[in-house]
Design a binder for this molecule. Structure first.
Ligand SMILES: [Zn+2]
Ligand SMILES: [Zn+2]
Length: 269
């Protein structure tokens, strides 16, 4: 069965990513209205009622605002860490007890054909996680909302064949921009977001470990441009000796709407 993924929305104004394999259809985060997410899912041929589950990385609004609505309307189980459940309690409304599923960082589980490994991330939320999916030897990782390049989460995703990696901001744009001081400090901190240069070095590390496809995501609307994020990571990959297009393919996820549906193939195939 082929592992595939599709970023539906990616950015500070809302995130939702589809991951599928055979009849297993997962939505990772639902940070927009249920209707907008349902519309994008339909574009890739998935009706929300076909979803196996919603997985939530952390409780920030750009990841949870549609979770409750989708769960109630389509009777979908929701998987999140205990800290995330606590954090989103007041944001998503009631979720039926049978659909409240608990996960733990660094403890893997199965959803249909997919093995799911949540891993801890450095981010200013209660108990945030990134996610690694594996099926038939093919691995896809989601690492956004990661404050800094750290061994822990980098080790968790090293060896992924494809990854959605945060490239949130350009430090000069952020410093010169209109954000209030406190917000700038938060984003720049080790528990905020990943800047373009750090995304570049992480992408190189992934490519060296065999990743064939990297999609940059969760770009800031105010403090970044897709072309700038792409160029930073392209430069880092080239400087490290990777041949773009041959060794590794690079894409930038759209803020709004389906970027594409991508198959993940194992390097051993
Ligand atoms: Zn966040
Ligand atoms: Zn976020």
């Amino acid at each position: 069965m082929e592992l595939r993924f599709s970023p539906l929305f990616s950015g500070s104004s809302g995130n939702a990513i589809y991951v599928g394999c055979g009849d297993t259809h997962i939505l990772v985060d639902a940070g927009l209205s249920g209707t907008r997410i349902a519309n994008e899912l339909e574009k890739i041929g998935v009706h929300p009622s076909q979803l196996t589950a919603i997985l939530v990385t952390h409780e920030h609004s750009d990841h949870v605002s549609g979770v409750g609505v989708l769960s109630r309307k389509y009777h979908l189980p929701v998987y999140a860490t205990e800290g995330t459940w606590d954090g989103m309690a007041g944001k998503i409304g009631a979720v039926e007890a049978q659909f409240r599923c608990m996960i733990e960082p660094e403890r893997d589980f199965y959803l249909g054909e997919l093995n799911v490994m949540p891993f801890s991330t450095p981010h200013d939320a209660n108990q945030p996680v990134g996610l690694c999916f594996e099926s038939g030897g093919a691995r896809f990782a989601i690492a956004t909302d990661v404050g800094c390049p750290k061994k822990g989460w980098m080790n968790a995703i090293r060896g992924a064949d494809a990854a959605l990696l945060e490239s949130n901001y350009d430090p000069d744009m952020l410093k010169a921009g209109s954000y209030p001081y406190e917000l700038k400090r938060r984003i720049l901190s080790n528990r905020g977001h990943l800047c373009n240069d750090d995304a570049g070095s992480c992408a190189l590390e992934l490519a060296r470990a065999g990743a064939k496809h990297i999609v940059l995501g969760h770009l800031s609307k105010e403090n970044n441009f897709p072309e700038l994020a792409r160029r930073c990571t392209e430069d880092a990959l080239r400087a490290g000796g990777a041949i773009l297009g041959a060794d590794v393919r690079l894409d930038v996820a759209k803020r709004d709407g389906v970027t594409g549906i991508f198959a993940v193939t194992s390097r051993f195939d």
